[in-house]
Write a protein that binds this ligand. Structure first.
Ligand code: PLP
Length: 392
């Protein structure tokens, strides 16, 4: 079996992840921060260690500004819905996932002004277009770091500089590249970074969060939910300090135990080394797909690959079409006949497909990860080549 669906969720996970979760469930078990006995203290320590590990991978200076939630969708909702008010203007791109677009469209109905800056058909964003969209009422720029459809990297650091010049907040959806690309919230001037544990951080589902930078006025950022935090329990009002003000309710402590192990695994392997491996995989995959012979008397390419076709400017996520075959059929046949797991369709990012010209059919997407190999890439290219030949 070849697992090329890492852009949806990474698999397999490093063995340390299940081991840490097994240990937590069998040896620790208690509610973090809720009680004073030794097991609760140990549970709280594991959660804090996970904050430290996440802070380290993104070079965030203060682990207590790592707010945990269930996934990046929750984190992005917290940042967008928590900070934007009627009359505010926010800038985003035409390569976003619905986890940014849907909260923004809902906020638009409540009076928030939204500008979607058009990206190129390859999925690239020109920072000058972002700057040109700044208005007197702009408060935030919200961007993903890498497209989940074609993998193209958006110029986050350049946009970070623009955001600082205009005194705006930069919110980055790091779902696709957190752990697979060297991201640095300080050097890249990122004020709010949403991460999800189960993709390129190799942790379990149900983990993720928001790193809240010093420039964010937390007194203005409304929590998505309020409730028990086990801090300041004498008050009926929500605490006003990080991370408690945004972490009401029992945390997914067993998931966070797994996340600590996975982030430590990423750090040990090295983000730069993971990045270099994924660039090599993506380069081999794109050139292999591009070299699949033309079909229909050579009039049309057997396979069309979308995106910038430059492995150095993208994550290891590659979208393509096989001429004469629907993406859904390609996905089904790859699974049933070749044991290749991938994802087809719109990948929850309709605006990105409109940008690259593949809406509403979508694409076949290969999402490669740190544990994939060049041999798997070659086998998958051969399988796609066979399908393209049959589709003639
Ligand atoms: C760019 C991007 N943003 C957000 C998400 C949402 O991730 P999650 O489901 O973990 O919240 C995804 C997942 O596919 C994604 O690729």
């Amino acid at each position: 079996m070849i697992y090329f669906d890492n852009a949806a969720t990474s698999w397999p996970k490093p063995p340390e992840v299940a081991e840490a979760m097994f240990h937590f469930l069998n040896e620790v078990g208690a509610n973090p921060g809720r009680s004073g006995h030794r097991l609760a203290v140990e549970s709280g320590r594991i959660v804090y260690n996970t904050r430290e590990a996440v802070a380290e991978v993104f070079n965030a200076p203060d682990p207590l500004r790592v707010v945990f939630g269930h996934n990046v969708t929750e984190a992005l909702n917290l940042a967008l819905r928590g900070l934007l008010r009627a009359g505010d203007h926010v800038i985003t791109s035409s390569m976003e996932h619905n986890s940014v677009m849907r909260p923004l469209r809902a906020l638009e109905r409540q009076g928030v002004e939204v500008t979607v800056v058009q990206c190129s058909p390859e999925g690239f964003l020109d920072p000058a277009d972002v700057e040109a969209a700044v208005q007197p009422n702009t408060v935030m720029i919200a961007l993903n770091h890498a497209s989940n459809v074609v993998g193209t990297l958006l110029p986050v650091a350049e946009v970070g500089r623009i955001a600082r010049q205009h005194d705006l907040l930069l919110l980055v959806d790091a779902a696709q590249v957190g752990g697979a690309y060297p991201l640095d919230v300080q050097a890249d001037a990122i004020d709010l970074l949403g991460f999800t544990g189960h993709k390129s951080l190799y942790g379990p589902t149900g983990t993720g969060g928001l790193i809240v930078g010093e420039r964010v006025d937390v007194a203005r950022m409304e929590p998505l939910k309020r409730g028990g935090t086990c801090s300041h329990s004498e008050h009926e009002e929500q605490p006003d300090f990080l991370p408690d003000m945004y972490e009401s309710g029992t945390l997914n402590a067993v998931g966070l135990a797994g996340l600590e192990a996975s982030v430590r695994w990423v750090l040990e392997r090295g983000v730069d080394a993971i990045r270099a491996h994924e660039v090599e995989l993506a380069r081999r995959l794109m050139s292999g797909l591009r070299d699949i012979p033309s079909t229909g008397s050579g009039r049309r390419p057997g396979v069309t690959v979308y995106g910038g076709m430059d492995a150095n400017r993208q994550a290891a996520t590659v979208s393509f079409h096989v001429a004469g075959m629907e993406p859904s059929e390609v996905g089904l046949r790859l699974d049933e006949e070749y044991g290749i797991m991938c994802r087809v369709g719109l990948h929850c990012a309709p605006v990105a497909h409109k940008t690259i010209g593949t809406f509403p059919v979508g694409t076949v997407r290969f999402g490669l990860g740190a544990l994939n190999t060049l041999e798997e890439v070659d086998a998958a290219v051969a399988a796609v080549g066979q399908l393209a030949q049959e589709a003639q």
